[in-house]
Design a protein around this ligand. Structure first.
Ligand code: TXA
Ligand code: MG
Length: 319
């Protein structure tokens, strides 16, 4: 679809009705979730899904997450082991994505799973996402609604900044509460962390009663396990220096805890607040036109693990 003008839809019943109609027609619709804004397409429509990759300028067809209205919809398209079922029932709706075997004849476009036998599924918690999914009444494929490799969007303005004119519409639901993408868990063979995210690893391990395995690029050289296969991801225009105690010459400083800095992820040292602020603050510091951003050390537990994962990718060498 050519979309010279991207419609901004209000977060009300008529807005949701238009969004669902556009999805049915094969259009791309950005919508809020509790993690980040998703760039949605009808997951059963090959052309619509292909349009996602075009709009994002993705370098390859890496697999996408399918968003569903409820657990029963998930059980109808994929096979859930006991461990997968336990996590789904404990944490859905919520910021958790499960990679599980796709059933035959589930009707999902093979582009969504990039031809893999597994599918990434999430039941989001944001009320507008849930409403849209139930009015649309089908699976919605949605990566984060940003051009490939850039910082993920946590407000409608961020989506417009990256994708205006490339997508049919955006459902404006204000700012995302969690502020960083879902945690992704796979099960091949046992429960494995594929991407740290909005649901802390410790909480998942407590639910399973066992530690998670950790996928690394070394153990899964070709598997599309996480955006780690791309050296630079979540990139700002400015370069990023991590674990900085103080700001150097020509740098702006992203702080954490009580300190002298330009923007603080959380002055009180709260990792939940820091996660919600992360992509906003990176964008705002980048927008100052600075060439270098120094980032204070962030504790590596709870949501801090996901924050550090995103920061390391943002700081990775550029191509
Ligand atoms: O919070 C989120 O998860 C957001 C919101 C919009 O829901 N979505 C999101 O999607 O972050 P995306 O496309 O940016 O990330 C999807 C990740 C990719 O890193 C991909 O490698 C992984 O999920 N993935 C998808 N299907 C997979 C599969 N079958 N096996 C392994 N990894 C898979
Ligand atoms: Mg993304």
């Amino acid at each position: 679809m050519i979309n010279a003008v991207t419609a901004i839809l209000k977060p009300d019943a008529p807005g949701i009705a238009v969004a669902a109609r556009l999805l049915r027609q094969g259009g791309l619709v950005a919508f809020p979730t509790e993690t980040v804004y998703g760039l949605g397409a009808d997951a059963t429509n090959d052309l619509a899904v292909a349009d996602i990759f075009k709009a994002k300028g993705r370098p390859s067809f890496n697999p996408l997450i399918v968003h569903l209205a409820d657990i029963d919809a998930a059980y109808s398209i994929a096979e859930f082991s006991i461990a997968a079922q336990r996590l789904a029932e404990a944490f859905w709706p919520g910021p958790l994505t499960l990679v599980v075997p796709l059933k035959d004849n589930a009707g999902i476009s093979p582009l969504v799973s990039a031809g893999l036998a597994t599918i990434a599924i999430r039941v989001p918690e944001h009320p507008l996402a849930r409403e849209l999914l139930s009015v649309f009444a089908g699976p919605v494929a949605a990566p984060s609604a940003n051009p490939s490799g850039r910082v993920s969007p946590t407000s409608a303005d961020h989506v417009i900044a990256g994708l205006d004119g490339q997508i049919a519409a955006i459902l404006d639901g204000g700012v995302c509460a969690v502020g960083l993408e879902s945690t992704i868990i796979g099960f091949q063979p046992g429960p494995t962390l594929l991407r740290p995210g909005g649901l802390p690893v410790e909480v998942i391990e407590a639910c399973l009663g066992r530690p998670l395995s950790f996928a690394t690029d070394a153990t899964t050289p070709n598997a599309p396990t996480s955006p780690g296969q791309l050296s630079s991801h979540y990139a700002t225009t400015a370069s990023i220096r991590l674990y900085a105690d103080t700001k150097g010459p020509g740098e702006v400083m992203l702080g954490f805890g009580v300190m002298d800095c330009d923007l603080n992820l959380s002055a009180s040292g709260d990792l939940v607040e820091a996660a919600a602020n992360l992509f906003h603050h990176l964008r705002n510091l980048d927008a100052t036109g600075t060439e270098h951003i120094a980032v204070a050390p962030i504790p590596d537990h709870g949501l801090g693990r996901a924050i550090n994962d995103r920061l390391r990718r943002a700081a990775a060498p550029r191509d």
